[in-house]
Design a protein. Structure first.
Length: 499
């Protein structure tokens, strides 16, 4: 009964006129950035962080969450119609989705993506409501050694699940940790790594770093390699599925939902890994694998369900443990901190209206997205006719205004420009910037729990291995890192990500 009482509280919060409006705005913006290639949810949420300063915490988080899961919906539309994935997680959808569109089955592909996404989002939100409170209750029993071990495991998992070289991902984590140490010592207040620059007394600004690496860096990359957006969009006739098609998608939708719900919780997992894993499984268990890549409806249903489930269950570690499982969740933690809320298990008990309001808004947002996406397909496709050289100056101006408005400091704008150039260099070096942002966010917390644990144990480092939970978490982290560094596993992993 307590669950129903909490959900009733959540819906009473989410159904206010203000929160419904921000949920709708988030869903529309999410769909828009999902449609437009080169502007993902990380860059958009980073740009919108300054706007959330003046909003109530619940409204701000509801809007940002809507942007994230809305982007998963929007990316599938252009992936199916014109073979141009707006979101990285929609790359898999384009393989069979566009082939279906070429065969005159665009309506069936779009309906499959919408139904799979809606079902997966609904189930994943229910799992969030069911498992997040007990997990938060368990986390309240954690001490500094357990939190330190949990964060180490999170960082290692983000390395093992990141695409590309493990060594490069480790280097990005370490660089993020070092950048997070800049500023004043958390206990003594002594400046460190400030290079005698007064503006760095409080460390690098989170918004400037995120917007630079993911926003400006992406703009430069897209200007260098702008894709031709030829509108060879297939005509959408009927959005109704036949009974045979409906039967074919039931299994993939269920399997994709389960897989996405699990992988979304893991650090570094989330929507993209879920969609790739789902496609691989559907192809392996199919009676006729040769149909995949030629318009198999299962190749749309599974990945679309998986990426939406993964997007929504990634909120579980963020809301309950205060640990981001992907760069978007790192930005969500930044938004909570900006609002004066300490991320972690106390959010469930101290801010129940925020916690349950976000969960209830996800059900409302999923319904809004179904109603938004299918009738407005024509508008979303026409947006792709806007030339990128017209679009990017507006994005640049918005970034500069947003960063400046955080602290009214021009130094932050220069910092953003510097990290923008750095983000572009990372892309050219095939270094994934996501682990850097995770390291930057987790770094200060990791240091704090490490030093707390050492103070409690009077400088005895064995405290991390004598306590069962922290020892178990550290053991899992070491095993995961050793396995992924094995030559045979490393080669298989590279082949899988390449495929």
């Amino acid at each position: 009964m307590e669950l129903f009482d909490n959900l009733a509280l959540g819906f009473s919060v989410a159904f206010t006129a203000q929160n419904l409006l921000y949920c709708f705005v988030g869903c529309v913006l999410g769909t828009l950035i999902g449609v437009l290639p080169g502007l993902g949810p990380v860059a958009t949420i980073a740009m919108l962080l300054p706007i959330t300063f003046g909003l109530p915490p619940v409204s701000a988080l509801i809007m940002l969450a809507g942007i994230y899961y809305g982007a998963q919906y929007g990316g599938s539309t252009t992936a199916i119609l014109i073979n141009l994935p707006g979101e990285s997680s929609s790359v898999v959808t384009a393989i069979d989705g566009h082939q279906m569109a070429k065969q005159g089955r665009a309506g069936a592909a779009l309906a499959t993506a919408a139904l799979g996404s809606f079902f997966a989002g609904t189930v994943a939100t229910f799992l969030l409501a069911l498992f997040a409170p007990p997990l938060a209750e368990l986390a309240l029993q954690f001490g500094p050694p357990e939190y330190f071990a949990l964060m180490v495991l999170g960082l290692v998992a983000s390395v093992t699940l990141a695409s590309g070289s493990v060594i490069k991902a480790l280097a990005m984590i370490v660089l993020g940790l070092l950048l997070g140490l800049s500023g004043q010592d958390i206990y003594t207040g002594t400046p460190r790594f400030t290079f005698d620059v007064q503006e760095l007394a409080d460390g690098f600004d989170f918004v400037a770093l995120a917007m630079g690496v993911f926003g400006i860096g992406e703009i430069i990359r897209n200007l260098e390699d702008e894709k031709q957006r030829s509108l060879v969009a297939a005509k959408v006739s009927s959005l109704m599925l036949t009974m045979d098609e409906f039967k074919k998608i039931i299994g993939p939708v269920l399997r994709g939902t389960v897989m996405g719900s699990f992988l979304g919780i893991l650090p570094g997992g989330g929507a993209m890994l879920s969609s790739f894993a789902s496609y691989s499984i559907e192809k392996k268990i199919s009676k006729d694998p040769s149909r995949f890549g030629k318009g198999a409806i299962q190749g749309v249903a599974g990945p679309e369900s998986a990426n939406n489930a993964g997007a929504q269950t990634s909120f579980i570690p963020m809301l309950t443990l205060g640990i981001p499982s992907n760069p978007v969740m790192a930005l969500m933690i930044g938004a909570l901190i900006i609002q004066g809320i300490t991320p972690g298990p106390n959010v469930v008990t101290e801010k129940p209206d925020l916690f349950w309001g976000i969960i209830a808004s996800m059900w409302i947002g999923n319904l809004m997205l179904v109603l938004l996406n299918l009738p407005l397909i024509g508008i979303w496709v026409r947006l792709l006719t806007v030339p990128y050289h017209i679009l990017f100056p507006a994005i640049m101006a918005f970034c500069c205004i947003g960063v400046y408005s955080v602290n009214n400091n021009t130094f932050d704008v220069y910092t953003m420009a510097m990290f923008g150039l750095f983000g572009y260099i990372l892309v050219k070096l095939d270094c994934e910037p996501a682990p850097l942002l995770l390291g930057f966010v987790i770094g200060p917390m990791l240091e704090e729990y490490l030093r707390r644990a050492m103070l409690i144990s009077r400088g005895d480092p064995t405290v991390f291995v004598t306590r069962p939970i922290s020892a178990g978490l550290l053991a899992v982290a070491v095993i995961a890192l050793v396995i992924v560094l094995l030559p045979s596993v490393s080669k298989t992993r590279e082949e899988a990500f390449k495929e």
